[in-house]
Design a protein around this ligand. Structure first.
Ligand code: NMX
Ligand code: MLT
Length: 435
């Protein structure tokens, strides 16, 4: 067994014992009360899940095992000559609960490199889809095709003992994370670059190799990919992609089945697809207004038009956050350092100066501030990745790090099948009337 796997097992055994004690001594303690409104309105604010990898504070934003994004950018190991954290390090942190050393990250990078082979039938499955297929559909089809490689599913079919679930889930997790950049890059090159594929470079770290296979050799783009893969990786357990992965996994579906399910949620416009919607919205605004950085008045008029058409302003608002998303701020800092004069970036910043007050004035939007998706497209476009329908796939590759680390914990802690109770509106009416 590798030392990282052994370390995970030791950590999981330790927490497993603590959770058993917690359940024995405090199992009947109430965590929350639930209102009728919460049941109808997306279960907002109900504490009903346990996720070890990260925790969201409504005002501060996400912390991964206690570390904020600025702290991660400071403390996680970097590539030689680089300034952004390596996503392998974040995966280690989420899985083990401790900051990795440079050596841990190097080990993980080479383990992922060794496991990255993608069987041909996965490429055949992608090729079987019309070229016009949305990249997120190609992505989930490819992940489903990869499911033939699940060691968890095979071990289960062979009668695996429940004590070993964690071990096979760990193997599936590493294999899947290792393969995703190759799969995603294949989709990109097939759809947008006439099928001229680029072979992996085993000397590069996970994110830089992904950038390389997409066809971007610029050091700035590699740095952006490292940052992008870190900040999109996890957002505690209740978001649609994490929750879906966890839910499907609770039926003992393997990592491929569970992750593909989560990705179908990420593909929705109120979740991960918002990153493509933001750039589409900004580009249409620029075109409609005749180019250049629009004035505050012009942006305000465009926002009001969007709202009057019964649409949301993409990239703004959040189900939990109540302040500017620190993932937006991290990207803003990256842009200030690397591309401060970029026109689209300046439009993103002008939108940031204008939109919050308008949304606030509506009186119903709980969070008028930008989320992670408000900034990412402008950065990607700057480096030449103009095909915005692909952006959610990038989000998905990153999200794998968090939701799959969580899935390892789910199986290690032997979490139960998720099956909350539902009621009908008839039941709710009677309940409300006290009957
Ligand atoms: N533009 C216009 N209206 C909005 C926005 C927005 N950006 N955000 C919220 N509202 C509306 C919302 O539609 C609802 O209206 P109604 O009562 O008429 O149905 C009202 O404000 C209250 O919604 P909230 O309670 O503030 O938000 P909720 O928790 O329901 O939804 C989002 C959160 C993220 C779905 C919502 O803010 C939104 O649709 N934002 C735009 C899409 C987006 O950027 N999604 C990406 C989220 C991050 N991610 O990557 O997943
Ligand atoms: C996420 O990263 O998953 C989004 O911000 C959505 C969420 O947290 O609900």
């Amino acid at each position: 067994m590798s030392y990282i796997k052994e370390k995970f097992k030791a950590k999981a055994d330790e927490l497993g014992t603590e959770v058993k004690d917690l359940l024995k001594n405090h199992g009947t303690k109430k965590v929350d009360d639930v209102t009728v409104a919460q049941v109808y309105q997306g279960m907002r604010g109900i504490t009903g899940l346990v996720t070890e990898t990260s925790l969201l504070d409504a005002n501060e934003g996400i912390r991964f095992r206690g570390y904020s994004i600025p702290e991660l950018r400071e403390h996680l190991p970097k590539a030689p000559g680089g300034a952004e954290p390596l996503p392998e390090g974040l995966f280690y942190l989420m899985l083990i609960g401790e900051l990795p050393t440079e050596a841990d990250v190097q080990t993980l990078s080479s383990v992922l490199g060794r496991r990255s082979h993608v069987p041909n039938h996965v490429f055949d499955a992608i090729e079987a889809l019309p070229i016009s297929t949305h990249p997120m559909t190609m992505f989930t089809v490819a992940v489903m095709a990869l499911q033939t490689e699940s060691v968890f599913a095979k071990a289960y079919a062979d009668g695996m003992n429940k004590k070993d679930y964690w071990s096979y889930m760990y193997e599936d997790t590493l294999n899947l994370i290792a393969r995703l950049p190759r799969v995603a890059a294949y989709i990109y090159r097939r759809k947008y670059k006439n099928g001229q594929h680029i072979q992996p470079d085993g000397m590069l770290d996970w994110a830089a190799n992904f950038a390389h296979m997409l066809g971007y050799s610029d050091e700035g783009f590699k740095e952006l990919m490292r940052l992008y893969m870190v900040i999109h990786a996890d957002h505690e357990g209740g978001n649609v992609s994490a929750h879906t992965t966890h839910l499907v996994g609770s039926a003992l579906s393997d990592a491929y089945l569970s992750f593909a399910a989560g990705m179908n949620g990420l593909a929705g416009p109120l979740h991960g697809l918002a990153n493509q919607e933001v750039i589409k919205w900004i580009l249409s605004m620029r075109e409609e207004l005749g180019g250049g950085v629009p004035t505050k008045e012009q942006i305000a008029a465009y926002v009001k038009k969007t709202l009057s058409e019964g649409k949301v302003v993409p990239g703004y608002g959040h189900a939990v956050l109540r302040k500017t998303d620190p993932r937006f701020t991290a990207q803003m800092e990256f842009a200030k350092k690397h591309l401060p004069e970029d026109e689209l970036v300046r439009i993103v910043w002008a939108v940031y100066d204008t939109v919050p007050t308008i949304l606030q004035d509506l009186g119903k939007v709980k969070n008028p501030w930008p989320n992670v998706d408000a900034h990412s497209g402008a950065l990607l476009l700057h480096y030449g990745l103009v095909e915005y329908e692909f952006y959610t796939v990038l989000f998905g590759v990153s999200r794998a790090l968090g939701v799959l680390a969580s899935l390892c914990w789910d199986r290690a802690l032997n979490l139960s099948l998720e099956r909350p109770k539902s009621v009908t509106s008839e039941w709710m009416k009677l309940f409300a009337e006290g009957k």
